[in-house]
Design a protein around this ligand. Sequence first.
Ligand SMILES: *[C@@H]1O[C@H](CO)[C@@H](O)[C@H](O)[C@H]1NC(C)=O
Ligand SMILES: *[C@@H]1O[C@H](CO)[C@@H](O)[C@H](O)[C@H]1NC(C)=O
Ligand SMILES: *[C@@H]1O[C@H](CO)[C@@H](O)[C@H](O)[C@H]1NC(C)=O
Ligand SMILES: *[C@@H]1O[C@H](CO)[C@@H](O)[C@H](O)[C@H]1NC(C)=O
Ligand SMILES: *[C@@H]1O[C@H](CO)[C@@H](O)[C@H](O)[C@H]1NC(C)=O
Ligand SMILES: *[C@@H]1O[C@H](CO)[C@@H](O)[C@H](O)[C@H]1NC(C)=O
Length: 341
Amino acid sequence: MGLNRFSLPVAAAIMMINASLLVQGCLEEERIALLQIKTSIVDPNHMGSPLLSWGNDALCCGWAGVSCDNITGRVNEIVLFSARGWFIDPSKGAWSLDPSKGDWYLNATLFLPFQELKTLGLRNNYMAGCVANEGFERLSRLNKLESLDLGLNNFNNSILSSLKGLSSLKHLYLEGNQLNGSIDTKDFDSLSKLEELDLSGNEIENFVTSTGFERPGSLDKLEILDLSSNRISDGNLSFLKGLSSLKQLHLNKNQFKGSMEMKEFDSLSKLVELRLEENEIQNFATSTGSERSPGLNKLEILGLSFNKFNDSSLSFLEGLSSLKQLNLDNNQLKGPMDMKG
Ligand SMILES: *[C@@H]1O[C@H](CO)[C@@H](O)[C@H](O)[C@H]1NC(C)=O
Ligand SMILES: *[C@@H]1O[C@H](CO)[C@@H](O)[C@H](O)[C@H]1NC(C)=O
Ligand SMILES: *[C@@H]1O[C@H](CO)[C@@H](O)[C@H](O)[C@H]1NC(C)=O
Ligand SMILES: *[C@@H]1O[C@H](CO)[C@@H](O)[C@H](O)[C@H]1NC(C)=O
Ligand SMILES: *[C@@H]1O[C@H](CO)[C@@H](O)[C@H](O)[C@H]1NC(C)=O
Ligand SMILES: *[C@@H]1O[C@H](CO)[C@@H](O)[C@H](O)[C@H]1NC(C)=O
Protein backbone atom coordinates (compact mmCIF):
# COMPACT_ATOMS: atom_id res chain seq x y z
CA MET A 1 0.00 0.00 0.00
CA GLY A 2 2.50 2.55 1.27
CA LEU A 3 4.91 1.58 -1.44
CA ASN A 4 2.28 2.01 -4.16
CA ARG A 5 1.26 5.36 -2.90
CA PHE A 6 4.87 6.45 -3.15
CA SER A 7 5.92 4.85 -6.41
CA LEU A 8 2.97 5.67 -8.64
CA PRO A 9 3.47 9.43 -8.65
CA VAL A 10 7.21 8.95 -9.10
CA ALA A 11 6.63 6.67 -12.08
CA ALA A 12 4.15 9.18 -13.51
CA ALA A 13 6.65 12.00 -13.04
CA ILE A 14 9.37 10.02 -14.80
CA MET A 15 7.02 9.29 -17.67
CA MET A 16 6.14 12.95 -17.98
CA ILE A 17 9.78 13.96 -18.09
CA ASN A 18 10.40 11.38 -20.80
CA ALA A 19 7.43 12.68 -22.78
CA SER A 20 8.65 16.24 -22.53
CA LEU A 21 12.11 15.20 -23.69
CA LEU A 22 10.50 13.65 -26.74
CA VAL A 23 8.48 16.77 -27.37
CA GLN A 24 11.39 19.16 -26.91
CA GLY A 25 14.12 17.33 -28.71
CA CYS A 26 14.36 17.78 -32.43
CA LEU A 27 16.07 16.06 -35.31
CA GLU A 28 19.84 16.26 -35.21
CA GLU A 29 20.01 17.80 -38.68
CA GLU A 30 17.52 20.47 -37.70
CA ARG A 31 19.38 21.23 -34.48
CA ILE A 32 22.56 21.74 -36.47
CA ALA A 33 20.72 23.96 -38.94
CA LEU A 34 19.34 26.04 -36.07
CA LEU A 35 22.84 26.49 -34.67
CA GLN A 36 23.94 27.63 -38.13
CA ILE A 37 21.24 30.30 -38.05
CA LYS A 38 22.50 31.37 -34.66
CA THR A 39 26.10 31.62 -35.85
CA SER A 40 25.08 33.60 -38.90
CA ILE A 41 22.76 36.04 -37.15
CA VAL A 42 23.60 36.33 -33.50
CA ASP A 43 24.75 39.64 -32.17
CA PRO A 44 26.56 39.01 -28.89
CA ASN A 45 25.93 42.57 -27.68
CA HIS A 46 22.21 42.21 -28.04
CA MET A 47 21.39 40.79 -24.64
CA GLY A 48 17.69 40.49 -25.42
CA SER A 49 18.13 38.42 -28.56
CA PRO A 50 16.18 35.17 -28.46
CA LEU A 51 19.17 33.57 -30.20
CA LEU A 52 21.55 33.89 -27.28
CA SER A 53 20.04 30.95 -25.41
CA TRP A 54 20.06 28.65 -28.42
CA GLY A 55 22.36 25.71 -27.93
CA ASN A 56 22.49 25.90 -24.13
CA ASP A 57 20.81 22.51 -24.17
CA ALA A 58 19.92 19.96 -26.83
CA LEU A 59 16.17 20.42 -26.52
CA CYS A 60 15.87 22.61 -29.56
CA CYS A 61 12.07 22.45 -29.78
CA GLY A 62 12.10 24.37 -26.53
CA TRP A 63 14.51 27.09 -27.66
CA ALA A 64 13.15 30.64 -27.67
CA GLY A 65 11.05 31.15 -30.78
CA VAL A 66 11.26 27.53 -31.98
CA SER A 67 8.34 25.11 -32.05
CA CYS A 68 8.05 21.59 -33.39
CA ASP A 69 5.23 19.49 -34.71
CA ASN A 70 4.04 17.35 -31.82
CA ILE A 71 3.75 14.23 -33.98
CA THR A 72 6.67 14.34 -36.40
CA GLY A 73 8.95 16.25 -34.01
CA ARG A 74 10.13 18.48 -36.85
CA VAL A 75 10.55 22.21 -36.52
CA ASN A 76 7.40 23.96 -37.73
CA GLU A 77 7.89 27.44 -36.37
CA ILE A 78 10.86 29.82 -36.15
CA VAL A 79 10.11 33.24 -34.77
CA LEU A 80 13.03 35.64 -34.41
CA PHE A 81 11.55 39.00 -33.51
CA SER A 82 14.01 41.80 -32.70
CA ALA A 83 16.86 39.33 -32.86
CA ARG A 84 19.40 41.62 -34.39
CA GLY A 85 20.35 45.27 -34.66
CA TRP A 86 18.88 46.20 -31.28
CA PHE A 87 20.26 46.53 -27.82
CA ILE A 88 18.98 47.71 -24.47
CA ASP A 89 20.39 51.15 -23.87
CA PRO A 90 21.28 51.26 -20.17
CA SER A 91 21.04 55.06 -20.05
CA LYS A 92 17.45 54.95 -21.30
CA GLY A 93 16.47 51.54 -20.03
CA ALA A 94 14.83 51.01 -23.41
CA TRP A 95 15.40 49.29 -26.71
CA SER A 96 17.62 51.20 -29.10
CA LEU A 97 18.79 50.50 -32.56
CA ASP A 98 22.49 49.91 -32.79
CA PRO A 99 23.52 52.17 -35.71
CA SER A 100 26.87 50.47 -36.06
CA LYS A 101 25.08 47.34 -37.20
CA GLY A 102 23.55 48.98 -40.28
CA ASP A 103 21.19 47.16 -42.60
CA TRP A 104 21.18 43.42 -42.43
CA TYR A 105 21.11 41.21 -45.51
CA LEU A 106 19.62 37.81 -44.82
CA ASN A 107 20.78 34.47 -46.15
CA ALA A 108 17.32 32.90 -46.58
CA THR A 109 18.88 29.55 -47.52
CA LEU A 110 19.58 29.04 -43.82
CA PHE A 111 15.89 28.18 -43.42
CA LEU A 112 15.77 25.64 -46.24
CA PRO A 113 16.47 22.55 -44.06
CA PHE A 114 13.15 22.99 -42.24
CA GLN A 115 10.89 21.11 -44.61
CA GLU A 116 7.91 21.23 -42.26
CA LEU A 117 8.19 24.94 -41.53
CA LYS A 118 4.77 26.60 -41.30
CA THR A 119 5.63 29.91 -39.64
CA LEU A 120 8.68 32.08 -40.18
CA GLY A 121 8.85 35.35 -38.26
CA LEU A 122 11.69 37.81 -38.84
CA ARG A 123 10.07 40.96 -37.61
CA ASN A 124 11.96 44.06 -36.48
CA ASN A 125 15.44 43.00 -37.49
CA TYR A 126 16.63 45.96 -39.55
CA MET A 127 16.70 43.80 -42.67
CA ALA A 128 17.03 45.56 -46.01
CA GLY A 129 17.25 42.60 -48.33
CA CYS A 130 18.90 39.26 -48.85
CA VAL A 131 22.42 38.17 -49.73
CA ALA A 132 22.86 37.78 -53.50
CA ASN A 133 21.39 34.49 -54.73
CA GLU A 134 20.22 33.53 -51.24
CA GLY A 135 16.84 35.32 -51.26
CA PHE A 136 13.38 34.12 -50.35
CA GLU A 137 12.95 32.48 -53.77
CA ARG A 138 15.17 29.76 -52.32
CA LEU A 139 12.38 28.81 -49.95
CA SER A 140 9.87 27.86 -52.65
CA ARG A 141 10.46 24.19 -51.73
CA LEU A 142 9.02 24.78 -48.26
CA ASN A 143 5.53 23.88 -49.36
CA LYS A 144 4.05 23.98 -45.86
CA LEU A 145 5.08 27.60 -45.25
CA GLU A 146 1.87 29.43 -44.42
CA SER A 147 2.91 32.50 -42.49
CA LEU A 148 5.78 34.88 -43.20
CA ASP A 149 6.28 37.91 -41.01
CA LEU A 150 8.75 40.46 -42.38
CA GLY A 151 7.15 43.45 -40.69
CA LEU A 152 9.15 46.40 -39.32
CA ASN A 153 12.18 45.96 -41.54
CA ASN A 154 13.71 48.01 -44.35
CA PHE A 155 12.63 46.03 -47.39
CA ASN A 156 11.88 47.99 -50.57
CA ASN A 157 9.62 46.98 -53.49
CA SER A 158 12.09 44.38 -54.71
CA ILE A 159 11.15 42.07 -51.84
CA LEU A 160 7.83 41.32 -53.54
CA SER A 161 9.23 39.61 -56.60
CA SER A 162 11.42 37.41 -54.41
CA LEU A 163 8.33 36.06 -52.64
CA LYS A 164 6.69 34.85 -55.86
CA GLY A 165 7.58 31.22 -55.38
CA LEU A 166 6.10 30.93 -51.91
CA SER A 167 2.79 29.70 -53.21
CA SER A 168 1.65 28.05 -49.98
CA LEU A 169 1.58 31.36 -48.08
CA LYS A 170 -1.66 32.28 -46.35
CA HIS A 171 -0.43 35.17 -44.20
CA LEU A 172 2.09 37.75 -45.34
CA TYR A 173 3.12 40.69 -43.15
CA LEU A 174 5.16 43.46 -44.69
CA GLU A 175 3.97 46.41 -42.66
CA GLY A 176 6.37 49.15 -41.67
CA ASN A 177 8.87 48.61 -44.46
CA GLN A 178 9.99 50.90 -47.28
CA LEU A 179 7.68 49.87 -50.06
CA ASN A 180 6.78 52.93 -52.10
CA GLY A 181 5.19 54.31 -55.25
CA SER A 182 3.56 51.80 -57.56
CA ILE A 183 3.27 48.17 -56.60
CA ASP A 184 3.14 45.72 -59.46
CA THR A 185 0.28 43.37 -58.73
CA LYS A 186 1.70 40.57 -60.83
CA ASP A 187 4.11 39.97 -57.96
CA PHE A 188 1.12 38.53 -56.11
CA ASP A 189 -0.11 36.33 -58.95
CA SER A 190 1.30 33.08 -57.65
CA LEU A 191 0.28 33.74 -54.05
CA SER A 192 -3.14 32.36 -54.75
CA LYS A 193 -3.70 30.97 -51.27
CA LEU A 194 -3.12 34.26 -49.52
CA GLU A 195 -5.80 35.04 -46.93
CA GLU A 196 -4.17 37.96 -45.15
CA LEU A 197 -1.87 40.67 -46.49
CA ASP A 198 -0.55 43.50 -44.36
CA LEU A 199 1.14 46.30 -46.28
CA SER A 200 0.33 49.07 -43.82
CA GLY A 201 2.80 51.74 -42.82
CA ASN A 202 4.62 51.98 -46.14
CA GLU A 203 4.53 54.71 -48.81
CA ILE A 204 2.50 52.91 -51.43
CA GLU A 205 0.68 55.21 -53.88
CA ASN A 206 -1.06 52.78 -56.16
CA PHE A 207 -1.19 49.33 -57.64
CA VAL A 208 -0.48 48.79 -61.28
CA THR A 209 -3.47 46.85 -62.45
CA SER A 210 -2.76 46.07 -66.07
CA THR A 211 -2.28 42.45 -65.03
CA GLY A 212 -2.65 40.93 -61.63
CA PHE A 213 -5.46 41.49 -59.18
CA GLU A 214 -8.01 41.94 -61.95
CA ARG A 215 -7.16 38.63 -63.48
CA PRO A 216 -9.61 36.06 -62.17
CA GLY A 217 -8.04 33.67 -59.73
CA SER A 218 -5.25 35.73 -58.26
CA LEU A 219 -5.79 36.70 -54.62
CA ASP A 220 -9.36 35.50 -54.75
CA LYS A 221 -8.96 33.95 -51.29
CA LEU A 222 -7.76 37.16 -49.68
CA GLU A 223 -9.93 38.01 -46.66
CA ILE A 224 -7.92 40.68 -44.86
CA LEU A 225 -6.08 43.50 -46.62
CA ASP A 226 -4.42 46.20 -44.54
CA LEU A 227 -3.27 49.20 -46.55
CA SER A 228 -3.58 51.76 -43.78
CA SER A 229 -0.93 54.48 -43.41
CA ASN A 230 0.09 54.64 -47.04
CA ARG A 231 -0.36 57.27 -49.77
CA ILE A 232 -3.18 55.83 -51.78
CA SER A 233 -5.60 58.33 -53.30
CA ASP A 234 -8.96 58.30 -55.01
CA GLY A 235 -9.10 56.74 -58.44
CA ASN A 236 -6.45 54.25 -57.50
CA LEU A 237 -8.64 51.48 -56.17
CA SER A 238 -9.36 49.48 -59.30
CA PHE A 239 -7.12 46.72 -57.98
CA LEU A 240 -9.90 45.84 -55.55
CA LYS A 241 -11.94 44.30 -58.36
CA GLY A 242 -10.58 40.78 -58.17
CA LEU A 243 -10.70 40.52 -54.40
CA SER A 244 -14.00 38.75 -54.18
CA SER A 245 -13.41 37.12 -50.77
CA LEU A 246 -12.36 40.26 -48.97
CA LYS A 247 -13.91 40.69 -45.51
CA GLN A 248 -11.73 43.39 -43.95
CA LEU A 249 -10.27 46.34 -45.80
CA HIS A 250 -8.20 48.95 -44.00
CA LEU A 251 -7.63 52.16 -45.94
CA ASN A 252 -7.40 54.52 -42.99
CA LYS A 253 -4.65 57.15 -43.00
CA ASN A 254 -4.27 57.48 -46.74
CA GLN A 255 -4.86 60.41 -49.09
CA PHE A 256 -8.50 60.11 -50.10
CA LYS A 257 -10.02 63.55 -50.57
CA GLY A 258 -13.43 64.96 -51.42
CA SER A 259 -15.84 62.64 -53.11
CA MET A 260 -15.21 58.91 -52.93
CA GLU A 261 -16.68 56.66 -55.59
CA MET A 262 -18.88 53.95 -54.11
CA LYS A 263 -18.47 51.87 -57.22
CA GLU A 264 -14.86 51.22 -56.24
CA PHE A 265 -16.30 48.79 -53.72
CA ASP A 266 -18.84 47.14 -56.03
CA SER A 267 -17.17 43.77 -56.24
CA LEU A 268 -16.62 43.42 -52.49
CA SER A 269 -19.81 41.58 -51.72
CA LYS A 270 -18.37 39.87 -48.63
CA LEU A 271 -16.87 42.94 -47.01
CA VAL A 272 -17.75 43.17 -43.31
CA GLU A 273 -15.33 45.85 -42.12
CA LEU A 274 -14.19 48.98 -43.95
CA ARG A 275 -11.79 51.41 -42.30
CA LEU A 276 -11.47 54.86 -43.86
CA GLU A 277 -10.55 56.98 -40.83
CA GLU A 278 -8.11 59.87 -41.09
CA ASN A 279 -8.62 60.80 -44.70
CA GLU A 280 -10.30 63.92 -46.07
CA ILE A 281 -13.41 62.35 -47.51
CA GLN A 282 -16.47 64.65 -47.83
CA ASN A 283 -19.01 62.26 -49.25
CA PHE A 284 -19.60 59.08 -51.19
CA ALA A 285 -20.61 59.50 -54.78
CA THR A 286 -22.94 57.05 -56.40
CA SER A 287 -22.36 58.11 -59.97
CA THR A 288 -24.65 55.81 -61.91
CA GLY A 289 -28.39 55.40 -61.39
CA SER A 290 -28.26 52.60 -58.84
CA GLU A 291 -28.75 53.98 -55.34
CA ARG A 292 -26.24 51.95 -53.46
CA SER A 293 -23.10 49.99 -53.99
CA PRO A 294 -24.16 46.38 -54.44
CA GLY A 295 -20.81 45.57 -52.89
CA LEU A 296 -21.44 46.71 -49.41
CA ASN A 297 -24.60 44.97 -48.33
CA LYS A 298 -22.77 42.78 -45.80
CA LEU A 299 -20.88 45.71 -44.31
CA GLU A 300 -21.15 45.75 -40.50
CA ILE A 301 -18.36 48.05 -39.40
CA LEU A 302 -17.60 51.36 -41.08
CA GLY A 303 -14.94 53.68 -39.68
CA LEU A 304 -15.19 57.26 -40.92
CA SER A 305 -13.75 59.23 -38.00
CA PHE A 306 -11.49 62.17 -38.82
CA ASN A 307 -12.86 62.96 -42.26
CA LYS A 308 -14.92 65.84 -43.67
CA PHE A 309 -18.45 64.52 -43.78
CA ASN A 310 -21.19 67.06 -43.08
CA ASP A 311 -24.90 66.71 -42.33
CA SER A 312 -25.90 66.68 -45.96
CA SER A 313 -23.43 64.05 -47.08
CA LEU A 314 -24.70 61.05 -45.17
CA SER A 315 -27.45 59.76 -47.43
CA PHE A 316 -25.25 56.86 -48.56
CA LEU A 317 -25.86 55.27 -45.16
CA GLU A 318 -29.39 54.31 -46.18
CA GLY A 319 -27.99 51.68 -48.51
CA LEU A 320 -25.95 49.95 -45.86
CA SER A 321 -28.53 47.56 -44.52
CA SER A 322 -26.22 45.38 -42.38
CA LEU A 323 -24.37 48.18 -40.63
CA LYS A 324 -23.86 47.63 -36.89
CA GLN A 325 -21.06 49.98 -36.00
CA LEU A 326 -20.42 53.41 -37.48
CA ASN A 327 -17.78 55.82 -36.29
CA LEU A 328 -18.27 59.41 -37.41
CA ASP A 329 -16.59 61.39 -34.68
CA ASN A 330 -14.38 64.29 -35.72
CA ASN A 331 -16.18 65.18 -38.92
CA GLN A 332 -18.12 68.35 -39.73
CA LEU A 333 -21.50 67.25 -38.46
CA LYS A 334 -23.76 69.73 -36.69
CA GLY A 335 -27.34 68.53 -36.51
CA PRO A 336 -28.47 65.59 -34.39
CA MET A 337 -27.78 62.28 -36.06
CA ASP A 338 -30.74 60.29 -37.22
CA MET A 339 -29.39 56.77 -36.90
CA LYS A 340 -31.39 54.08 -38.60
CA GLY A 341 -30.99 50.36 -38.45
C1 LIG B 1 -0.62 18.82 -31.60
O1 LIG B 1 -0.68 19.93 -32.46
C2 LIG B 1 -1.96 20.18 -32.99
C3 LIG B 1 -1.82 21.29 -34.00
O2 LIG B 1 -1.09 22.35 -33.50
C4 LIG B 1 -2.90 20.53 -31.86
O3 LIG B 1 -4.19 20.78 -32.37
C5 LIG B 1 -2.94 19.37 -30.90
O4 LIG B 1 -3.74 19.70 -29.78
C6 LIG B 1 -1.55 19.03 -30.42
N1 LIG B 1 -1.59 17.82 -29.63
C7 LIG B 1 -0.94 17.69 -28.49
C8 LIG B 1 -1.01 16.37 -27.86
O5 LIG B 1 -0.29 18.62 -28.02
C1 LIG C 1 23.88 30.76 -47.06
O1 LIG C 1 23.58 29.67 -46.22
C2 LIG C 1 23.82 28.41 -46.84
C3 LIG C 1 23.31 27.34 -45.88
O2 LIG C 1 23.90 27.47 -44.65
C4 LIG C 1 25.29 28.29 -47.14
O3 LIG C 1 25.53 27.04 -47.76
C5 LIG C 1 25.71 29.41 -48.04
O4 LIG C 1 27.10 29.37 -48.26
C6 LIG C 1 25.35 30.75 -47.44
N1 LIG C 1 25.60 31.78 -48.42
C7 LIG C 1 26.32 32.86 -48.16
C8 LIG C 1 26.50 33.81 -49.29
O5 LIG C 1 26.81 33.04 -47.07
C1 LIG D 1 16.03 47.67 -52.98
O1 LIG D 1 16.65 46.70 -52.20
C2 LIG D 1 17.55 45.90 -52.93
C3 LIG D 1 18.03 44.81 -52.01
O2 LIG D 1 18.60 45.36 -50.87
C4 LIG D 1 18.71 46.77 -53.45
O3 LIG D 1 19.59 45.97 -54.20
C5 LIG D 1 18.12 47.86 -54.33
O4 LIG D 1 19.13 48.74 -54.73
C6 LIG D 1 17.04 48.62 -53.60
N1 LIG D 1 16.36 49.51 -54.53
C7 LIG D 1 16.26 50.82 -54.32
C8 LIG D 1 15.49 51.56 -55.36
O5 LIG D 1 16.70 51.38 -53.35
C1 LIG E 1 11.08 54.80 -53.63
O1 LIG E 1 12.18 54.61 -52.79
C2 LIG E 1 13.43 54.52 -53.48
C3 LIG E 1 14.48 54.23 -52.46
O2 LIG E 1 14.18 53.01 -51.83
C4 LIG E 1 13.69 55.80 -54.23
O3 LIG E 1 14.87 55.67 -54.98
C5 LIG E 1 12.53 56.09 -55.16
O4 LIG E 1 12.70 57.34 -55.76
C6 LIG E 1 11.22 56.08 -54.40
N1 LIG E 1 10.12 56.18 -55.36
C7 LIG E 1 9.04 56.91 -55.14
C8 LIG E 1 8.01 56.88 -56.21
O5 LIG E 1 8.89 57.57 -54.11
C1 LIG F 1 -3.08 56.93 -59.05
O1 LIG F 1 -2.07 57.50 -58.24
C2 LIG F 1 -1.04 58.14 -58.96
C3 LIG F 1 0.00 58.57 -57.97
O2 LIG F 1 -0.58 59.15 -56.86
C4 LIG F 1 -1.64 59.28 -59.77
O3 LIG F 1 -0.61 59.94 -60.48
C5 LIG F 1 -2.67 58.71 -60.72
O4 LIG F 1 -3.29 59.76 -61.43
C6 LIG F 1 -3.73 57.91 -59.98
N1 LIG F 1 -4.53 57.17 -60.93
C7 LIG F 1 -5.79 57.47 -61.19
C8 LIG F 1 -6.49 56.58 -62.15
O5 LIG F 1 -6.34 58.39 -60.67
C1 LIG G 1 -21.40 69.45 -47.23
O1 LIG G 1 -20.51 68.74 -48.06
C2 LIG G 1 -20.79 68.83 -49.44
C3 LIG G 1 -19.82 67.96 -50.16
O2 LIG G 1 -20.08 66.67 -49.82
C4 LIG G 1 -20.73 70.28 -49.90
O3 LIG G 1 -21.07 70.37 -51.28
C5 LIG G 1 -21.65 71.13 -49.07
O4 LIG G 1 -21.46 72.48 -49.39
C6 LIG G 1 -21.38 70.93 -47.58
N1 LIG G 1 -22.38 71.60 -46.81
C7 LIG G 1 -22.08 72.42 -45.81
C8 LIG G 1 -23.23 72.99 -45.08
O5 LIG G 1 -20.91 72.65 -45.49
